[in-house]
Design a binder for this molecule. Structure first.
Ligand code: NIG
Ligand code: FE
Length: 421
């Protein structure tokens, strides 16, 4: 087993000392959302054994090295947990620059979708793509996001919308997870992303097909960890969300849901009461939605990259944090509404546009994001026995420096499950 003692660490951030988090566990009770979770230790050493963090302490009190221990001098670099991205559509075929240019000239995302573009554009292209080509294309993105310090991520299907094409997407995600065992890659079925043309606007029949026939097969084959739905006018409604919640409940699969991107329709309350693990987007939010979130356990996941790229309102991160909620932030990386996944830009947008303080934004992209993927026991924080998926960063004045230089990737070394990549 490899054993590495890292010496001369400027500061350790994202410590969750002593936590034995249950899945979906609540770090929030240990210090609120205001940054106290983002506690740090200065001038430190840290011991990694195999894939795990064993212990750490101040350099003034460095123990003698156990035999066969490699030493790495961090030379004053600061260390934090690798980012966790809880919402991506990383597997897709081709990009949509033409539509983006149409938007630059005034067309809206919804107008493009109504004219047969948008998600359906990506569906046509994905259906034609060979599995190997889809895998190659997706692997390039995965390599890129991991090099930027994302150690765990969720990937959705939703550009196939027929059994074989959705299966192709889900298998691509599982293959990537197999190829990159030093990451945690979770697979979400988003077959309820849009109504496919074969169902000629008959959403009810399509939802029945997906919930009663397809999802049970994918669950049986071990292809999915979560299920998701796009609740929106022209897409899926509350009765469809109910059908998904019911199917997920029977199969023991946690639900994530795209809600309130463009309209408030009561989906937040329904999802929270139905026990959904996360509600994602929330650019539009009314008081009833906020109340429902306050009374439930569902994680709110905010996606500032989508608002940035589409020019739509930003979610009220400040309001949600002030309500005491465990705010989570993700990239929403996808070819239509957020074709970028740089976590450092997402961090800056979280501060500048969602109203979070830098430490809150860091919590949102590490500890809380891990909770929203049921990974708190191993990822998203630095604690004994947690995975040694760590970022070593030079040149920080304080943790806010990471968000201050927007879109900038600082000098970075990435360790995933105990090995530098
Ligand atoms: O999360 N809102 C729905 N789905 C994606 C966008 C999908 C696309 O445009 O390709 C989102 O923003
Ligand atoms: Fe999304």
């Amino acid at each position: 087993m490899n054993r590495i003692q890292i010496r001369n660490i400027g500061q350790i951030g994202g410590l969750s000392e002593g936590e034995a988090c249950t899945p979906g566990g609540n770090f929030f009770t240990h210090g609120g959302n205001q940054g106290s979770i983002w506690s740090s230790t200065e001038d430190a050493w840290l011991l990694v054994e195999g894939k795990h963090i064993i212990k750490w302490g101040p350099m003034s009190d460095e123990p003698s090295l156990p035999p066969h221990t490699e030493v790495w001098d961090a030379n004053g670099a600061w260390v934090m947990p690798a980012f966790v991205d809880p919402h991506t559509h990383l597997v897709h075929s081709g990009t949509r620059e033409q539509e983006w240019k149409a938007r630059l000239q005034g067309a809206s995302y919804q107008e493009i979708a109504a004219a047969g573009g948008g998600i359906m554009h990506s569906v046509r292209s994905l259906r034609k793509a060979e599995f190997s080509a889809l895998l190659d294309e997706s692997r390039i993105r995965l390599e890129s996001i991991r090099s930027m310090g994302v150690g765990s991520l969720e990937i959705k299907s939703g550009y196939g919308l027929d059994f074989d094409s959705e299966s192709k997407m889900l298998r691509t995600t599982r293959t990537l997870a197999h190829e990159y065992p030093d990451m945690n890659i979770h697979s979400t079925c988003l077959a309820l992303h849009a109504i496919p043309p074969e169902y000629c606007e008959d959403a009810n029949s399509y939802v029945r097909k997906v919930t009663q026939e397809w999802i049970p097969v994918w669950a049986e084959e071990g292809l999915i960890d979560f299920v998701d739905i796009f609740c929106e006018r022209g897409y899926f409604g509350l009765e469809h969300l109910d059908a998904l919640l019911e199917c997920a409940h029977q199969l023991g699969l946690p639900v994530r849901a795209h809600v309130n991107q463009f309209s408030v329709m009561g989906a937040v309350k329904r999802a929270v009461e139905g026990g959904a693990l996360s509600v994602d987007h929330l650019e539009e939010l009314d008081d009833a939605d906020l109340e429902a979130l306050k009374n439930g356990e569902t994680y709110p996941i905010l996606l500032p990259g989508c608002s940035f790229f589409l020019g739509i309102p930003y979610a009220s991160g400040r309001k949600l944090a002030d309500a005491g909620l465990r705010v989570v932030v993700g990239s929403d990386y996808n070819p239509g509404s957020a074709p970028g996944f740089n976590p450092f830009l997402t961090l800056s947008l979280s501060c500048l546009k969602l109203g979070l303080m830098p430490e809150e934004a860091l919590n949102a992209m590490t500890i809380h994001a891990a909770g929203s993927l049921q990974l708190s026991d191993r990822a998203g924080s630095i604690g004994r026995g947690k995975e040694a998926s760590l970022l070593f960063i030079s040149g920080l004045k304080d943790w806010s420096t990471l968000a201050y230089h927007f879109g900038h990737i600082p000098p970075l070394r990435v360790m995933l499950k105990g090995r530098f990549i």
